[in-house]
Design a protein around this ligand. Structure first.
Ligand SMILES: [Ca+2]
Ligand SMILES: [Ca+2]
Length: 233
C-alpha cells in the first residue's frame, strides 16, 4: 500500500508540471500576438496597426520593395503592393549640403493660341521634422517646345509657354536641393505633383513624383528609415 500511494503522488507531480509549463507558454505567445502597442519589427508601425492593415508585424518592409511599412503608410502608398510606389516616379536626393536634383517632365498639348504654365505642389503630409517636398524644392523652368515654332514665347522662369498652336510637346524641369535642410541620417520620402494649366484655368495634366531623401552611404536596399518621433502609429 505505501508503494501505491508513492506512485500516485509521483504521477500527480508530473502531470501538474506538464500542465503548468504548457499554460505559461501559451500565455506568453498570446501576449506577443495581441499587444497592440508593441512594435516587434521596430518599423514605426504598431503591432495592432499591422494586424489591422494585414502587414507583417515581423518584417519592416512587408512587400520587400525597399520602402518601410511606415514610410508607405505615411506617404499614402500600399505597403502590400511592391509596385507602390511606382519606381519610375522615385527621385533620389542625397542628404548632403551640395546635393541637387533635376527632374525633366513633358506634357503634350493641342493648342489654339493659349498660354500654358506649370506649378509645383507638395502633396504629402509634413514629417516629424516638418519637412515636405517643398522643403527641398528650389524652382522649375520651362525648357523647350517641340516643334519650337508652335510656341510664340518660352518663358523659362515663368514656367510658361505663350501662344501655343497645334500639337506641341512642352518641356519643364523641376529642381531640388538639400541645401541647408537639417540632416536626419535616416531615409524618408515626400510626395509632390506638378500641375500644368491652360490660360483659361483648365488643368491639362498633372504628373506626380516621390522625392526620396537618402543619407550618404545608404541605398533603397539598405535604407534605415526614419521612425515616428512619438512612438509607433
Ligand atoms: Ca511594426
Ligand atoms: Ca514596402
Amino acid at each position: 500500500m505505501p508503494r501505491l500511494i508513492a506512485r500516485v503522488l509521483i504521477l500527480g507531480v508530473l502531470v501538474g508540471c506538464g500542465d503548468s509549463t504548457s499554460v505559461e507558454r501559451d500565455a506568453s505567445d498570446d501576449e506577443d500576438a495581441t499587444d497592440p502597442g508593441g512594435d516587434r519589427d521596430r518599423d514605426g508601425v504598431c503591432d495592432g496597426t499591422e494586424l489591422a492593415r494585414g502587414t507583417d508585424a515581423d518584417a519592416s518592409d512587408s512587400d520587400e520593395d525597399g520602402f518601410s511599412d511606415y514610410a508607405e503608410i505615411l506617404g499614402g502608398f500600399d505597403p502590400l503592393d511592391p509596385s507602390s510606389p511606382d519606381r519610375d516616379q522615385v527621385y533620389v536626393l542625397r542628404e548632403t549640403p551640395e546635393a541637387s536634383l533635376q527632374v525633366p517632365l513633358t506634357q503634350s498639348v493641342r493648342g489654339a493660341g493659349e498660354d500654358y504654365s506649370g506649378a509645383f505642389e507638395a502633396t504629402g503630409r509634413p514629417d516629424d521634422a516638418g519637412d515636405t517636398a517643398a522643403t527641398f524644392y528650389t524652382g522649375s523652368v520651362a525648357t523647350f517646345a517641340e516643334p519650337p515654332e508652335n510656341a510664340s514665347v518660352v518663358d523659362p522662369t515663368g514656367e510658361a509657354f505663350r501662344g501655343v498652336v497645334g500639337r506641341t510637346l512642352l518641356g519643364f524641369e523641376l529642381r531640388f536641393a538639400f541645401g541647408g535642410a537639417t540632416p536626419r541620417l535616416c531615409a524618408r520620402s515626400h510626395r509632390w505633383r506638378y500641375n500644368i494649366k491652360r490660360s483659361d484655368g483648365r488643368l491639362i495634366g498633372a504628373q506626380g513624383g516621390l522625392l526620396l531623401i537618402l543619407p550618404p552611404g545608404q541605398t533603397l536596399a539598405t535604407a534605415q528609415w526614419c521612425l515616428p518621433a512619438g512612438g509607433c502609429i
